[in-house]
Ligand binder design. Structure first.
Ligand code: IDP
Ligand code: MG
Length: 167
């Protein structure tokens, strides 16, 4: 069964110029990239993304971290990988949440660190299960940004909708 998984290259990954390394490591999975973009992260988006951690003492720092406030990089790279056992394959390559405990050859073990303020800067986000992946992918991407049909969608006509087009 094909699965989808949301990957975020977090602001520390971008600041450390790790995009290429991380994508190379993830290519070992032979999964297909079906969506990719650079994204600015509003406070609302960061809080919604990590809403299951809202009671943790590090939540406020975590929101700042994902927004890029700790790294002077107000963006993340968001991707959707698609294929057999996509979540396990990507989580195995990412390594444990705590970079000190992660396998030293994993992405987080190689590049992550624990900050003095307590948040784990672990360079990459990987969805943890299918329902979280669906919730997160729908949060970060619209249906037209993903090149395979993975979730039900509907067509709507928006009247008087203001948007930017090329001048
Ligand atoms: P995951 O990213 O491995 O799925 P989660 O428990 O979902 O781990 O936590 C989300 C993010 O919050 C982590 O990637 C890490 O940046 C941060 N984090 C999680 N647990 C801790 C902690 O105990 N101390 C500091 N930061 C943490
Ligand atoms: Mg998680």
């Amino acid at each position: 069964m094909n699965q989808a998984v949301l990957i975020l290259i977090k602001p520390d990954g971008l600041k450390k110029s790790l995009t290429g390394n991380i994508l190379t490591r993830l290519s070992e999975t032979k999964l297909e990239i079906v969506a990719a973009k650079m994204a600015r992260v509003s406070r609302e988006l960061a809080m919604e993304h990590y809403k299951q951690l809202q009671d943790k003492p590090f939540f406020e720092e975590l929101v700042k971290y994902l927004r890029g406030e700790l790294h002077d990089r107000m963006k993340v790279m968001a991707l959707v990988y698609w294929g057999k056992d996509a979540i396990k394959k990507c989580r195995d390559l990412a390594g444990a949440t705590n970079p000190e405990e992660a396998d030293p050859t994993s992405i987080r073990g190689s590049y992550g660190r624990i900050t003095t303020t307590g948040v784990y800067e672990n360079v990459i986000h990987v969805s943890s299960n299918e329902s979280e992946a669906a919730r997160e992918i729908k949060l970060w991407f619209g249906p037209d940004e993903i090149i395979v049909d993975m979730y039900p969608m509907k067509e709507i006509v928006e009247k008087d909708c203001k948007k930017n087009v090329w001048a």
